[in-house]
Structures are given as structure tokens and as C-alpha cells.
Design a protein around this ligand. Structure first.
Ligand SMILES: [Zn+2]
Length: 91
């Protein structure tokens, strides 16, 4: 992880430390670890419900995601408040 940036594991939207998360499926993210903000009070996540519903009429949202493998940040789509939580790994 040459590009690992510790500062990016802090969510810029709510200031909380993000959870380390490992994909359960062999897919395009196969087994790679991400950092995701699982704070339900996070403004990014809270606004996402409204934004997604207005935009595409689906009850869903997204959480802030940091991918240390690419150094990129972006949205992690969720459709329930518990989506993805079972893949959080302790550091
Ligand atoms: Zn956050």
C-alpha cells in the first residue's frame, strides 16, 4: 500500500474514523480492503437517501468510501442502514 494515506481514513464529511472493510465476494473489488464511513449521523450518508430517491426514485443511499489501493475516494452504495456492516473487520 504505497499510497496509503492515514488522513483519508478520517471521513471528510463527519470527521469520524472510517471502518476497515473487506469485500465478501470475488468481484471487481475481490477481497480488497476499503475504508468506509459507517456513521449513521454522517451528513453525506443522510443526504444520500433524499438525493437518491429524488434522482432515481429508489430508497438507497451511499457512504463515504476510501480505497487505499487506488487512493480514490467515492460513494459506497447501500440500500439499508445495515448494508455492508457484516464485512467490517477489526484493525
Ligand atoms: Zn462520515
Amino acid at each position: 500500500m504505497a499510497d496509503f494515506d492515514e488522513a483519508k481514513t478520517i471521513c471528510p464529511h463527519c470527521g469520524q474514523h472510517m471502518e476497515k472493510w473487506v469485500s465478501p465476494a470475488v468481484n471487481s473489488w475481490g477481497g480488497e480492503c476499503l475504508y468506509i464511513c459507517f456513521n449513521d449521523e454522517c451528513g453525506y450518508y443522510q443526504r444520500g437517501w433524499d438525493h437518491t430517491f429524488k434522482k432515481i426514485g429508489i430508497k438507497a443511499s451511499y457512504r463515504h468510501r476510501y480505497d487505499p489501493n487506488t487512493g480514490q475516494c467515492g460513494p459506497f452504495p447501500v440500500n439499508t442502514p445495515d448494508a455492508g456492516r457484516d464485512c467490517i473487520v477489526a484493525e
